[in-house]
Design a protein around this ligand. Structure first.
Ligand code: IPE
Ligand code: IPE
Ligand code: MG
Length: 228
């Protein structure tokens, strides 16, 4: 697991935190921080695709984030449409898009149809790329993912083994995470990829997500032995 297993492509996951504080420090509304965060994600995708990163999984919006003020949620939803709309750029960098989160047809799903459409379109329009896989976690919560996986495994009638749970995660083809980066000084996991980070190297950095740059990203990569 993790550091020693270099037979498979490197999997980096990011908890993109600190957009609000980034904006506050500049006297800007929180929404401006989210916009800067989306723009920096595009930059980090470009950087990661150039490095030895096979999988980049980012926490875009959690099942817990729906309680934020309506206007902020609306802004973040718009930014996800923008993110999933960056097809040309993603194709240019040979990046395949995936999504994990509460399935749209499940009770409790709150993902607006326009965002669902953008997600489906991005997946379809980048499916042919064989470089890095960018997985965006949107309306994602790890406990919900695990409870669902266990329920599905049980429905199959087999014993609820590790293998059975793993094969019913939102994306069973996703490898374990090698490196988890959380920005903005919080040392929390916040219900992200609990199963997939069992043996992961974790890097907590003080930088806000909009300020995470190539040097900081490379320093984190060096922790798992993969420099620029
Ligand atoms: C991360 O930044 C973005 C989302 C959770 C959607 P925050 O909005 O949590 O920023 P802080 O933590 O308040 O600074
Ligand atoms: C985690 O950040 C979720 C995302 C980055 C999308 P939060 O800011 O929501 O996490 P907590 O509430 O500080 O744990
Ligand atoms: Mg936060």
């Amino acid at each position: 697991m993790g550091q020693t297993d270099r037979a498979r492509p490197l999997h980096v996951a990011c908890i993109m935190d600190g957009n609000g504080r980034w904006a506050r420090r500049r006297g800007l509304p929180r929404t401006a921080g989210h916009t800067a965060g989306e723009e920096n994600l595009a930059e980090i995708v470009r950087i990661a695709a150039k490095r030895d990163v096979g999988w980049l999984t980012v926490f875009g919006f959690s099942t817990e984030n729906w309680v934020r003020p309506k206007a902020e949620v609306r802004h973040i939803l718009g930014l996800h449409r923008r993110l999933f709309g960056r097809i040309e750029e993603l194709n240019e960098h040979n990046v395949r898009v995936q999504w994990i989160g509460r399935p749209f047809d499940e009770p409790g799903s709150r993902t607006p149809v326009a965002v669902q459409r953008a997600i489906r379109q991005a997946i379809a329009d980048t499916a042919h790329n064989d470089g890095m896989t960018l997985t965006v976690a949107f309306d994602y919560g790890s406990r919900a993912e695990l409870a669902r996986a266990a329920a599905l495994a049980r429905r199959d009638g087999a014993a609820v083994s590790e293998g059975a749970v793993a094969s019913h995660l939102y994306d069973p083809s996703m490898p374990d995470v090698d490196l988890l980066i959380r920005t903005s000084g919080e040392s929390r996991i916040s219900n992200f990829l609990l199963w997939q980070i069992a043996g992961t190297q974790v890097c907590f950095t003080e930088r806000s997500w909009p300020d995470l740059d190539a040097a900081e990203f490379d320093a984190a990569l060096a922790l798992v032995g993969d420099g620029a």
